[in-house]
Ligand binder design. Sequence first.
Ligand code: CDT
Length: 307
Amino acid sequence: MSRLIKVAAAQLGPIQRTDDRKSVVQRLITLLREAHSQKAELVVFPELALTTFFPRWFVEDISTADHWYETQMPSEITRPLFDEAKKLGIGFCLGYAELTPQGERFNTQILVERDGSTIAKYRKVHIPGHEHHEPDRPFQHAERYYFKPSDEGFGVWKAFGGRIGMMICNDRRWPESYRVMGLQGVEMILCGYNTPLQYVPDPTQDPLQSFHNALVMQSGAYQNGTFVVGVAKGGVEEGVDSLADSSIIAPSGEILAKTSTSGDEVVTAICDLDWCNNYKNTLFDFDRYRRPEVYGRITAQRGSIIE
Ligand code: CDT
């Protein structure tokens, strides 16, 4: 038996500060059409796919940053993407900054089915970087100023003939993200990211960015018997070079497809969701082998306790 779905990782090159939303939506539509011409049924776009990665700048009055956020989805400007996807019968996953009617700010991703219906919204749980202005840095990573961490956790939704989960960028470095979805039987995790090649707090990590990206996603896929689709906004954006390396990873942990540029690029893979069972029903048969009774610390404490 097999449950096949062809998925596309639709990587974006840089979006500069002056690029307007309309031109970005046009780029997304071009990628969507390319994915459709390759017979993909689901296209995954990066984190904050509609704008430049604005947390690299600090503003004293956060309301002056409101223009980076979406207050509705779809909006007048993003509607053409939704219309084109529905017309082509292709689903997509899109990351954007969300400003709610209550004034809350989230780093958000939505999942849209092939019939145009929005079936899920995920808001980033692990928010990296810093809360305050750090003027000595060459650029800011003030995500903790611009986004509230979501308390909604990691859901898994029935869609595309399988069980689909979502996470965003820094979430992929945390094994708990994958495991919470693994415990809901996830078969494909969709993850957009923006990862600067320069990690200011510890430059020894700079040459390892590509390695760490692959390490965490391949491990998360294998240890939970799930596909992982990681999609970058890569290249030099406003002077900051970011990792590309978008990839589609199998439940075996093997990379099935990977981008070769740091610009707008589509790669696809045919994913048999039943492949997940080879791992879920054997080595990672959670119900048989896990020992939650000795994992209490994982939810009982946040940092390490050294006695
Ligand atoms: N966008 C995002 O979460 N980026 C982080 C950068 C490292 S923390 C400054 C990441 O985990 O890739």
